[in-house]
Design a protein around this ligand. Structure first.
Ligand code: NAP
Length: 227
């Protein structure tokens, strides 16, 4: 028996660089998986794929309805969608601030708002969001990104407190630089052996999706590797 046997887990952004590693670990732990992608792409092995723009709150409600119609419930919601843009504060315009908030905060808020009523009704849920190290340890030239990720952390922690006693918990993981092909290309002089690997984060997320993680709520968990 694996830790996530019989668990229905919805992963947003599962086709991204982090997402593919996370899906593989969740699948290895026995979960039944539905993943979202934004652009049409092939489904990772053993995963049901839904193409959706998570900035559309109505589409998020419809997605949750489809998953519940197929599987009866959602036990775990892993919100991986997000993205980075850097730049000096003075050169970061309003549109960039808005884009980073929309991409990192509102995509997660939309899907959590859609899935939460069912989880509460069921008395069981594991919600995992993704912040980032600069949100708690800001680096120069990341003001809008760090602020958007700080908003993800604050939202998750507040939600966790709100959910006390409900059987639903919400936690946020904080990766440092992840070992992805994009980061290797962008930082050719860096030592990627120090970066955290997608599958390592996937194992932390798999634990946070398990029954045993019901005692962890409102946490912001660093997953920095050796960086
Ligand atoms: N990479 C790092 O070093 C790093 C470090 C710290 C934190 N993080 C965080 O970790 C998470 C995953 O990062 P990543 O590197 O895997 O990013 P990624 O490769 O760019 O993947 C992002 C995923 O989000 C999807 N997506 C983007 N906009 C969407 C929208 N509006 N609606 C639905 N789906 C959308 C993408 O779908 P398509 O591919 O179809 O567009 C893709 O599946 C993000 O929250 C990121 O901020 C990453």
């Amino acid at each position: 028996m694996s830790a996530l046997d019989s668990k229905i887990i919805l992963v947003t952004g599962g086709t991204g660089s982090l997402g593919r590693g996370v899906l593989a670990e969740l699948r290895g732990a026995g979960a039944t998986l539905v993943s979202t992608a934004h652009r049409p792409t092939s489904a990772p092995e053993g995963v049901e794929l839904e193409i959706i723009d998570l900035s559309d709150s109505g589409a998020c409600v419809a997605l949750v309805e489809r998953v519940v119609a197929r599987h009866g419930r959602i036990d775990g919601l892993v919100c991986l969608v997000g993205g980075f843009a850097g730049g000096a504060f003075i050169q970061t315009d309003h549109a960039t601030w808005q884009e980073l908030l929309d991409l990192n905060l509102h995509t997660g808020v939309n899907i959590i708002r859609a899935a939460l009523p069912g989880m509460r009704e069921h008395g069981y849920g594991r919600i995992i969001t993704v912040g980032s190290r600069p949100a708690v340890d800001p680096a120069p030239n990341t003001s809008a990104y760090a602020a958007a990720k700080a908003a993800v952390i604050a939202t998750t922690r507040s939600l966790g407190r709100e959910l006390r006693g409900s059987g639903v918990v919400a936690n946020c993981i904080l990766p440092s630089t992840i070992d992805t092909p994009q980061n290797r290309e962008a930082m050719p002089k860096a030592d990627p052996s120090r970066w955290v690997k997608p599958e390592q984060i996937g194992r932390v997320i798999a634990f946070l999706c398990s029954d045993d993680a019901g005692i962890i709520n409102g946490a912001a968990i660093p997953v920095y590797g050796d960086a």
